[in-house]
Design a protein around this ligand. Structure first.
Ligand code: 6PG
Length: 269
């Protein structure tokens, strides 16, 4: 996954920031502001390790839903290589997808293709605990809903929800494949629906709905880099509704929302 990508600063490079002096934008929920993306990965990893251990203790398993896009890929790589993540309970983890592009798994735009390459083999996660979205099938929405209900149905009522959801955010505020003024934003009583985003490639997507996402125990948007700064500043102004800025529809009912952002993404805040 690292081949051909832009050169990254060395991880050991000293940073001049003191995290306690940074000021975070007023986003809904908690905000963890890091000096740089590496510190953001560390903070996110610490929460992921804590929540996975707690869930395995309490329920015997851990339901993790991951996003695609470019931002989280280096984080997934870290999860596979960082000695601090060795205790991650892959053998007890169910791996779900937040959204998927309507392409076959071998297509370069498939989220699953990337996640599988990085995580699946290296983690040794049991095959029956991986839940890729077959978004290229016409009934992929109802299939995935059934898979979710059948699998989470083993949990006690009230605990039958996703434990940890990692989200990204597009520059125009979309999250998952919930795009501004798109039909999926108003899907009622559905867990997974097809959707279309006119500005993304490919436009046809399958996505978890607000209803499913907001029922989760912990939701972690990972938003990094200067390209996201204008949108974070806009969210902090609290002038938009969720139809305009879809990530504003993320409001867990009985869970925690914690943003992981870096200094670059706060430049205009
Ligand atoms: C996808 C996503 C999507 C993504 C944002 C941000 O399939 O593309 O799940 O919601 O998180 O578009 O993408 P970047 O991280 O590439 O900016």
């Amino acid at each position: 996954m690292t081949d051909g990508s832009a050169p990254q600063p060395e991880r050991s490079e000293p940073y001049a920031f003191d995290e306690s002096t940074l000021s975070a934008p007023a986003l809904p929920g908690k905000v963890h502001l890091s000096a740089n993306k590496f510190d953001a990965y560390d903070a996110l990893m610490a929460d992921l390790l804590m929540h996975s251990a707690q869930c395995v203790r309490q329920f015997g398993d851990f339901h993790l839903a991951l996003s695609g896009g470019s931002t989280p890929m280096p984080f997934y790589e870290q999860l596979m290589t960082d000695p601090r993540a060795r205790s991650f309970p892959w053998a007890r983890t169910h791996l779900w997808m937040v959204d998927e592009r309507c392409v076959p798994f071998d297509h370069e735009k498939s989220n699953w293709r990337q996640i599988e390459e990085i995580l699946v083999e290296a983690s040794g996660i049991p095959k029956d605990q991986i839940h890729p979205m077959r978004a290229y099938l016409p009934d992929a929405d109802t299939r995935y809903e059934k898979e979710l209900r059948d699998t989470l149905g083993w949990r006690e009522r009230g605990h039958d929800r996703l434990d940890f959801v990692l989200l990204g955010m597009g520059d125009e505020g979309h999250t998952a494949s919930l795009f501004p003024h798109s039909a999926a934003q108003d899907a009622q009583d559905r867990l997974v629906v097809f959707n279309r985003g006119s500005t993304v490639v490919p436009p046809d997507r399958l996505t978890m709905t607000y209803g499913l996402l907001n029922a989760s125990r912990f939701i972690a948007p990972l938003v990094l880099g200067a390209g996201k700064a204008a949108m974070l500043a806009r969210i902090a102004k609290k002038i938009d509704d969720f139809h305009e800025v879809p990530i504003l529809g993320i409001a867990p009912l009985a869970g925690e929302l914690k943003w992981f952002i870096d200094q670059a993404a706060c430049a205009s805040a």
